[in-house]
Design a protein. Structure first.
Length: 777
């Protein structure tokens, strides 16, 4: 026996004693899915178990309730009284707990060695292969449980239908376990029966080549006491197992396989097929999860269960009720608008199978977000990755999830994109290195009917979860607006499209309502849900930070908000979305004066009411009679202008009420006089305001001197930060010379304010509204 085998045998005897002679065990890295499963098993057996990890998770909290003594971070003290320490391959020297165990001479077991020791007291069924192990292990455990066998199980992911990823059944005959080949420890198992799904070039950071991998699988099969059930559709598995005495092959061909599936038909999210055993049709079954590759996985379970005496009726019940493991074609969101699926697939073969399944389920646009796993895999399997994404319409690749590997120069997510462009058929492939902003890049491009699938063994699923949450909120906002409001709703709408300065990050939820009633319902919804709400008009006098605006941004410019009506009494009612220029034109057509200065204001009624906009010695509220507005409870009320305390560039009541329309009063005037004043306003604007993109005046006038004059006197005209520049036409305007960022504009504002303070002792206040956040949404 090897040293490893001796160690496994020794601890198998100790673990088997259970609660009668509990072992003091410590697990390093207990938060991981594999290690947490071992903790569950050992606790179930009655042992005294502690564990440590870098972080606390939901899983560690669950285990603590079951009796685990958890500590974070790793410390030497955690192992001082341990009899045995269990660790995963990711744990190396330098880990404080591991180093202390080594210093004290405490027995140390790798994860697979510990699992082999634990399961030795029951008849083991080990599922092995480079892909599909988790789903097949879970399916076999579920089938045996439904068939009355009540096995213990150990699976490498959370399995909702099984209740947990691992469970110890004290009186069980069978123990179903997922075997890990990644570090060679698969050879520690000597199961009663084995299932071999496939053998491919994988884990090449550990193995020299495919031959080295095959040697481990061959030894594993040699050590199996009973049946070896193998997939005959995999050439390498067939070559390793086809000639073994007592082996059982499964696949598509009844004439050459012991078990075969024929007559496949898609049924909802699953598949129906006939089971043929050695030429005889046993019957038809339904599998509750999609995909041809999962039909093969189901055949493995059927073959094993049938050999163990479970009838087809029980098998049909089990297969039909199976819903899969977490992160195995997991439906995160299902909606007519956008459906989101998450899958753990990270090897080209897994990816191709998953995407084929997605394409079978969905004929519309398929958008894939992929996070490569390990630099070595990305480098060695580059060309295979190049063709794996052929079924998708758009591929977005983020940077590599290293999984403790050091970077390899020249290898990144872009390696995948280059391979797809060179070898594949995907319609479009994009490299987006920063995973934390990937949802923003993709979410704003989604169309009704799209499917989004996240793929990878790292943390790419977080991007899918974020998209699902925000899309769910967008759905609720759509429902809140109601059928009577044909609103536009978008996710992550770039605010640079909606500001006159043409800078700004995205609005998390963008709405263009058409009715006052619909907007009122949104106001009430946001208030009740604690969801921030911001009203934006034409986007003048507005600077949105580069990170964007969290919450809802409503732009009431369409439908009811765009109406202008001249009343018989000489007043004009205008919706919040009416441009001031249009209001001035309506007044001119009605022969009403006093609105001419509005022609030069780039904003609309709603925004101008909010800040009491003005020019040429006039202000908005000079002409306002009353304002209709929505309060925080979603009620529509009307206030007289005299009751609103309008101030210089500020109307406090509109800070927490949403203006939806206003009534304005003008004075009858001769057409020629109005035309002359309009011409004067236009001329003044052309002479004193820049043509380039700007937000309007940046600073409030500080008193005896205008802000523009002050900037001019300080010699700051034409000064710039990046593409943000002080206009040479007017010193109180900052213009965007092309691709300016909000950060550049803010830096230029800060420079001007500092110089005004240091040279003139003047504290400049911004007139432009600065909103949003710097960090990405």
């Amino acid at each position: 026996m090897s040293n490893s085998s001796d160690l496994v045998a020794r601890w198998a005897a100790r673990f088997a004693a259970g609660a009668e002679a509990p072992v003091r065990v410590h697990l390093i890295g207990v938060a991981g899915s594999g290690m947490s499963g071992l903790a569950s098993l050992l606790l179930g057996m009655g042992h005294r178990v502690s564990g440590s990890d870098k972080v606390t998770t939901i899983e560690t909290e669950r285990l603590e309730k079951a009796g685990l003594v958890f500590s974070s971070p790793h410390t030497a003290a955690a192992v001082t009284d341990a009899e045995v320490v269990i660790y995963s391959s990711a744990v190396k020297r330098g880990n404080l707990a591991y180093d202390e165990a080594e210093r004290r001479g405490i027995s140390r077991l790798r994860r697979a060695e510990a699992l082999a020791a634990i399961m030795s007291g029951q008849k083991g069924i080990v599922i092995a292969g480079t892909h599909g192990k988790t789903t097949t292990s879970a399916l076999i455990a579920h089938v045996l449980r439904t068939g009355g066998k009540q096995p213990s199980h150990y699976v490498g992911a959370e399995i909702p239908i099984l209740g947990s990823n691992a469970h110890w059944e004290p009186h069980a005959e069978w123990f179903v376990a997922e075997g890990d080949e990644s570090d060679g420890t698969l050879v520690n198992f000597e199961p009663e029966h084995a299932v071999l799904l496939n053998v491919e070039a994988e884990h090449l950071d550990f193995y020299e080549d495919l031959a080295a991998i095959e040697a481990v699988f061959a030894r594993f099969c040699d050590q199996t006491l009973g049946r070896v059930i193998y997939c005959a559709e995999d050439a390498n598995a067939r070559r390793l197992c086809g000639d073994r005495a007592g082996s059982i092959g499964y696949g598509w061909a009844p004439e050459s396989c012991d078990y075969a599936a024929t007559g496949l038909e898609r049924q909802g999210a699953g598949t129906e097929f006939d089971v043929v055993r050695r030429g005889e049709t046993l019957g038809r079954v339904r599998l509750g999860i999609p995909g041809r590759h999962n039909v093969l996985n189901a055949l493995a379970a059927i073959a094993l269960a049938t050999e163990l005496g479970i009838g087809l009726d029980r098998l049909d019940d089990a297969l039909g009720s199976f819903r899969g493991a977490r992160r195995r074609f997991e439906l995160k969101r299902q909606s007519p608008f956008v459906t989101i699926v998450d899958d753990y697939g990270h090897h080209p073969t897994e990816i191709a199978a998953t995407l084929r399944t997605a394409r079978e389920q969905h004929a519309g646009r398929l958008i894939c977000l992929f996070q490569p796993h390990r630099y070595t895999r990305t480098r060695l399997l580059r060309d295979s990755f190049g063709t794996a994404f052929d079924p998708v319409d758009e591929l977005w690749v983020t940077d590599v999830y290293p999984a403790s590997e050091p970077p390899i120069p020249g290898i990144s997510g872009n390696t995948i994109v280059e391979a797809v462009d060179e070898l594949g058929q995907a319609a479009a492939a994009h490299y987006h290195a920063d995973k934390t902003t990937l949802h923003l890049a993709v979410g704003g491009r989604l169309q009704p009917g799209d499917w989004v699938i996240t793929l990878g063994a790292g943390d790419i699923h977080e991007t899918g979860s974020r998209l699902a949450r925000d899309l769910d909120t967008l759905d609720r906002l759509r429902d809140t607006l109601g059928e009577g409001d044909d609103a536009v709703l978008r996710l992550y709408e770039p605010m640079r499209r909606h500001t006159t300065l043409k800078v700004g990050g995205p609005a998390q939820f963008w709405i263009e309502p058409e009715t006052v009633a619909g907007l009122a319902r949104v106001v009430k919804f946001c208030n009740n849900q604690g969801l921030p709400l911001r009203i934006v008009g034409r986007g003048s006098n507005l600077l949105v930070r580069d990170g964007g605006i969290p919450g809802v941004v409503a732009n009431p410019a369409r439908g009811e908000f765009s109406r202008v009506e001249v009343r018989e009494d000489g007043t004009i009612e205008a919706g919040a979305g009416v441009k001031f220029k249009a209001l001035a034109a309506a007044a001119q057509a009605a022969g009403l004066g006093g609105f001419e200065w509005m022609e030069g204001i780039p904003g609309n009624v709603g925004g101008s009411l909010r800040m009491n906009a003005g020019a040429m010695g006039a202000e908005t509220f000079d002409r306002v009679v009353s304002v209709r507005m929505i309060d925080s409870a979603g009620e529509v009320i009307e206030k007289a202008a005299a009751d609103m305390d309008a101030r210089y560039r500020n109307v406090p009541v509109l800070a927490h009420h949403v203006a939806v329309s206003a009534v304005f009063r003008g004075a009858p005037e001769e057409a020629g006089v109005i035309a002359a004043k309009l011409d004067a306003s236009k001329a003044k604007r052309r002479e004193s305001q820049p043509v380039a993109a700007s937000a309007g005046c940046i600073f409030k006038n500080p008193g005896p001197i205008g802000a523009g004059q002050l900037v001019d006197e300080m010699g700051l005209k034409n000064s710039a930060v990046g593409a943000a520049r002080v206009s040479e036409v007017h010193g109180n305007f900052i213009v965007n010379d092309g691709e300016a960022t909000a950060a550049e504009v803010l830096a230029l504002i800060a420079r001007i304010k500092l110089q005004a303070k240091e040279e003139r002792g003047i504290e400049l206040e911004t007139e432009v509204q600065i909103i949003g956040q710097d960090e990405p949404l």
